[in-house]
Ligand binder design. Structure first.
Ligand SMILES: Nc1ncnc2c1ncn2[C@@H]1O[C@H](COP(=O)(O)OP(=O)(O)OP(=O)(O)O)[C@@H](O)[C@H]1O
Length: 367
């Protein structure tokens, strides 16, 4: 188990990480999501020992690693650039890390060969052992890079945007592969990504980082259904976010006023998941437990298993509606066609003026 406490780092007086606290469990897949510049790589580099922290502690299984040299930490680091030896074979690249690691290098040729063969098998490179790196595809290089790190049996494997250089199809396949490889080895993965879909799909838990601070650490399901702050809701890219003021259990936004879930007081932000919004006829009757706003259709996008519809609200804000084709037939609308968008009041997430999620029954359901 790794425990990070009060970790801080600034570059030229500009904070890159501020008071970061995090527990990384044994045998878990932890993803670290944040926008560009949020400090993801800095955090990995501090953990790896490639940068020194200004303050705070990093402990691994109780031992203080904060100032330990990188090569003595027993951690693996798969960087964005593969940094493989181009004229060496796949097998030699993987063996290199094992023969030359500072902690317990392996020199027995038979033992090296056995471990390399197991790793080649595990990452799906069987048959390519003798190939030179220059003769591999991007996805294959990615696997070599991973194998070269994993063969050293790190306590934690740090992965910095490991799928960033791969095309969309390959990225999806490697998502499944990475989970499988991790589970087979039981090693902890700390995987950095700027892609919310990747973070939600990969991790047993995810950490959301913004401007050098940890905003939320939870299971992907909880981050998705109960984002701790408005900014997290923005990063998961699944919510319509409306700003306004509230009083007497109603949320006021311009000329409209919307009911809030019971028990929600002072909400300054009102969030609705794209797939929680229904598209109704303009004069459709509304059940008591639902809220609605008039809107005009802008455009739609067909995404295979789902369709995304964009609508404009009377105040000009754009609202996104997602309909899964397994549940609904696609609907055809003309630009500017009027509709009424409606949703169940219990599906509303409310945030206070500081942007913090206000307790509601959804929080209880997600926990
Ligand atoms: N060596 C450095 N010198 C000066 N500033 C740095 C250095 N490394 C990082 N920073 C700054 O620290 C902040 C965090 O950078 P970091 O690379 O950790 O972000 P990131 O979340 O990994 O971004 P990206 O997704 O774009 O890689 C940024 O403002 C960056 O400009």
């Amino acid at each position: 188990m790794m425990e990070i406490d009060g970790l801080a780092k600034a570059f030229d007086g500009v904070p890159a990480l501020v008071d970061v606290a995090l527990s990384v469990r044994n045998d878990e897949y932890l993803t670290l999501l944040g926008p560009s510049g949020s400090g993801k790589s800095t955090l990995l580099r501090l953990i790896a020992g490639l940068e020194q922290a200004d303050a705070g502690k990093i402990r691994l299984d109780g031992a203080d690693l904060t100032h330990a040299p990188a090569h003595l930490r027993g951690l693996g680091f798969v960087q964005q650039k593969y940094a493989l030896f181009p004229t060496m074979s796949v097998a030699d690249n993987i063996a290199f890390g094992l023969r030359h690691r500072r902690l317990a290098p392996v020199s027995d040729a038979a033992e090296v060969a056995r471990r390399v063969a197991r790793m080649i098998d595990l990452v799906g490179l069987a048959g390519l052992e003798g190939r030179q790196i220059g003769q591999l595809s991007g996805g294959q290089k990615q696997r070599v890079s991973l194998a070269r790190t994993l063969v050293t049996e790190p306590k934690i494997c740090l992965l910095d945007e490991p799928l960033g250089a791969l095309d969309a199809n390959l990225r999806e396949r490697m998502t499944v592969e990475l989970r499988r490889i991790r589970e087979a080895l039981g090693v902890t993965f700390l995987h950095v990504t700027g892609n919310e879909a990747e973070a939600l799909a990969m991790g047993d838990r995810m950490v959301v980082l913004d401007a050098g601070r940890v905003l939320q650490v939870d299971s992907p399901a909880t981050v998705y259904s109960a984002p701790a702050t408005v900014r997290v809701a923005r990063f998961v890219n699944a919510y319509n976010l409306l700003s306004g003021k509230s009083s007497g259990g109603r949320f006021r936004r311009g000329a409209h006023d919307l009911p809030l879930p019971p028990g929600v007081g002072d909400a300054a932000h009102y969030a609705l998941r794209y797939d929680a919004v229904a598209i109704d006829e303009p004069a459709a009757a509304l059940d008591d437990d639902r809220a609605s706003l008039p809107a005009t259709f802008i455009a739609s996008e067909f995404l295979g298993s789902r369709v995304v519809y964009l609508f404009r609200l009377p105040d000009g804000a754009v609202m996104e509606v997602e309909r899964h084709l397994s549940r609904f037939d696609p609907i055809v609308l003309r630009p500017d066609e009027p509709r009424r968008l409606s949703w169940a009041i219990c599906d509303v997430l409310a945030f206070d003026a500081a942007g913090t999620l206000i307790s509601n029954d959804r929080l209880g359901r997600a926990a």
